[in-house]
Design a binder for this molecule. Sequence first.
Ligand code: SAM
Length: 229
Amino acid sequence: MTTPQRNLYGRRRGPKLRDNRATLMRDRMDHYAALSGETGDGLDLAALFPEQRKFWLEVGFGAGEHVAAQAAQNPDVGILACEHYLNGVASCLAHLEKAALTNVRVHNGDARDLMDRLPDGSLERVFVLYPDPWPKARHHKRRFINPENLEAFARIMADGATLRVASDIPDYIDWTLEHLAARDEFVLLGDAESGFREPWSDWPGTRYEAKALREGRTPAYLTFQRKPR
Ligand SMILES: C[S@@+](CC[C@H](N)C(=O)[O-])C[C@H]1O[C@@H](n2cnc3c(N)ncnc32)[C@H](O)[C@@H]1O
């Protein structure tokens, strides 16, 4: 399987990692890596998660608090966690180590490269939490919620699987509703009258969300279900 050439926007590195984080990346990233040592063909999820039978994906986990919390709450689920920002990956590894979590595998790179390798219908849940808003109209095509990625989600999500999208940007919320409504494979769950203001019952929050709330923005929590094929 060849990896298509795609543009990836946003920063990949921040300030130099502190020594303990650099050591963590050097010594433990191989252990957590979702794609290392595999051939480039389809990902063997049963081999990656020998003790789990259900698999979830988080795209753009930031500093990794949400994925660590979900992994702790759901030890029977194997979670694939993608983030291309190195400093965020190092932070996530620190959370995983601190809680001794064994059911997360991390892709330090473009989530789309990992999604390409997932078998059809293999995921029970997908999280896209506070995706980069790309507010300028000329940058909208960079948004992660887009026809190509929704096509990929429709392929890799199992029948009945759920896609959770959170955003604090009204235009991105409308954009997400419109892009999902344009597809046959998904149905929106919940009551539109409510404005989707109620977080999921198992919601631990994210770092980006905390900042949005501090700055007075109101998030929406959207859930879509993959219809039966
Ligand atoms: C606004 S931040 C939100 C981070 C986190 N979900 C939170 O709520 O705190 C969006 C994140 O998505 C990551 N990201 C964007 N596109 C990505 C891609 N194609 N693959 C992996 N990560 C991506 C960015 O690096 C960034 O950390």
